[in-house]
Design a protein around this ligand. Structure first.
Ligand code: 5GP
Ligand code: SF4
Ligand code: MG
Length: 452
């Protein structure tokens, strides 16, 4: 999971990109980067770390120009972290090309191998670089045509911003897996993974970049957006997990408010998986808060913040050498012991992945004196890995892929366990016919050809 941001026609392009990336930091904390352009030159800075650590006013001052694109990277296992940071900027026969990418290309590996055999030299192991190498070898002399030729060979998820000395281009794959939105700042275009970035910089949210749409912005005429649909049409497959967990609750994603959707998921959950006779509904903060509010409203069971979350867990936290049992979860989530004594509680979380957090949390809730602990999840069981840009564990590590709901309940030690149905999820997200969304991690139904 990553975030992208881009802007054209603004004399403070890199400063605004910095702010945009800051608002999108929840989508990736491993590293960040910005490339800006001034005439024929480009200026690139990228580094491991949080957005606020990567950039200083001094580094931003070295990124001049009126157009810029930026990226925050999600930490994934393996690969040299620094070399995989974005933007990727390569010098090609078309001139320099900069790219930022959110998503994952499912056929990048064999294509990269073929390109290497033909003499392409890769700087990173990131699938994103394949896009640029394919552009360079397309035989096209025009950036837009080269990009279309490249993307037509690629399969999977991409929300992309591409820049050269002449254009900023925004493009979203025909399935529309990952979000990408268009905003307006003083009559000039801005692009971001989520609308929350527009709130921060004071831009007006215009609309989604459509699945399969390419929006071309000339640097010298940034108010003139050129929209094209160069790909074959597919049934849209927007990632339903954006609504469940990934996106910020203050964003509008796929045209719907995330906060409202999460609350509605909690309401539907309370209808499908009621928990009667409970003293309180408690969220697993922060991600479970919104569904819990909905669950409480629908069921009439009072909402309480019975678990307090610490926000000071840095990425570099070192566990002390003496091993304290279950240290990890306690460090982040601490139940209010006195308050929970002898209470019957229903705990609501947004998803169950490995089950490790839930298991330890339930143990701590019991140690805190809770009499009954019932777990409700505002999504179906996560049974399959994601190949479209989310770093989910392999099937083996996904608790639901190897256990029944009854077995899961026993394993995590809950008095009862209930999940939202897939139909309930899709209907609540606005798809009464069950179409328009990817739900492969729940159903195993992968939309792209090569995975079926
Ligand atoms: P579990 O109990 O399965 O160990 O963990 C579930 C928790 O992981 C939930 O609270 C959910 O918010 C969170 N979660 C779901 N998907 C992801 C993800 O892709 N990355 C991270 N870091 N957390 C996730
Ligand atoms: Fe989203 Fe799941 Fe589809 Fe991945 S598999 S794109 S997480 S819905
Ligand atoms: Mg969570």
């Amino acid at each position: 999971m990553c975030a992208i941001f881009g802007i054209s026609g603004n004399s403070e392009a890199s400063n605004i990109t910095y702010l945009g990336l800051h608002a999108l930091q929840h989508r990736g904390q491993e590293g960040a980067g910005i490339v800006s352009t001034l005439g024929s030159r480009n200026f690139l800075f990228k580094k491991l770390g949080l957005v606020s650590e990567v950039f200083s006013s001094a580094t931003l001052a070295q990124l001049p120009g009126t157009s810029a694109i930026g990226h925050t990277r999600y930490s994934t296992a393996g690969g040299n972290a620094a070399e995989n940071l974005q933007p990727i900027v390569l010098r090609t026969s078309l001139g320099w090309i900069g790219v930022v990418h959110n998503g994952n290309l499912v056929n990048a590996k064999p294509l990269a191998k073929k390109l290497e055999q033909m003499g392409s030299i890769f700087q990173s192991s990131a699938d994103t670089e394949v896009i640029v190498h394919l552009m360079a070898r397309s035989g096209e002399s025009d950036l837009v045509k080269a990009l279309v030729a490249s993307l037509k060979q690629l399969e999977g998820a991409y929300s992309l911003l591409v820049m050269d000395q002449q254009y900023l281009i925004a493009v979203r794959d025909p399935y529309g897996f990952r979000p990408l939105v268009l905003g307006n700042l003083n009559g000039k275009p801005v692009f971001a993974s989520e609308t929350t970035a527009f709130d921060l910089i004071g831009a007006k949210y215009e609309r989604e970049v459509d699945p399969g749409e390419m929006i071309i912005v000339p640097h010298d005429r940034p108010a003139e957006l050129i929209s094209q649909y160069p790909f074959r049409q597919y049934e849209q497959k927007k990632c339903v997990f954006e609504h469940i967990y990934f996106a910020r609750p203050d964003s509008v994603v796929f045209g719907a408010g995330v906060y409202e959707t999460r609350k509605a998921l909690g309401k539907r959950l309370a209808q499908e998986q009621p928990a009667s006779g409970m003293d309180m509904v408690i969220p697993v903060p922060d991600s479970g808060v919104y569904a819990s509010i909905g669950f409480s409203e629908e069921s009439g069971i009072p909402f309480e913040m019975g678990i307090i979350r610490s926000h000071y867990i840095g990425r570099t936290f070192i566990e002390p050498s003496q091993s304290i049992r279950n240290f990890g979860v306690k460090l982040k989530l601490n139940p209010l012991s006195g308050f929970l004594r002898d209470k019957k509680i229903v705990v609501v979380d947004d998803s169950l992945v490995r089950g490790t957090t839930s298991k330890k949390l339930i143990q701590h809730l019991r140690e805190s004196g809770a009499k009954e602990v019932h777990l409700r999840i505002s999504a179906p069981p996560t049974m399959h890995p994601c190949f479209y840009g989310i770093d989910t564990p392999t099937s083996k590590e996904l608790l639901a892929s190897r256990s029944t709901i009854e077995q899961m309940k026993e394993l995590i030690g809950a008095d009862s366990l209930g999940f939202l149905s897939l139909q309930g999820l899709l209907e609540t997200c606005g798809s009464s016919a069950g179409t328009g969304f990817c739900h492969a991690c729940f159903s195993g139904n992968y939309p792209t050809d090569s995975l079926n």
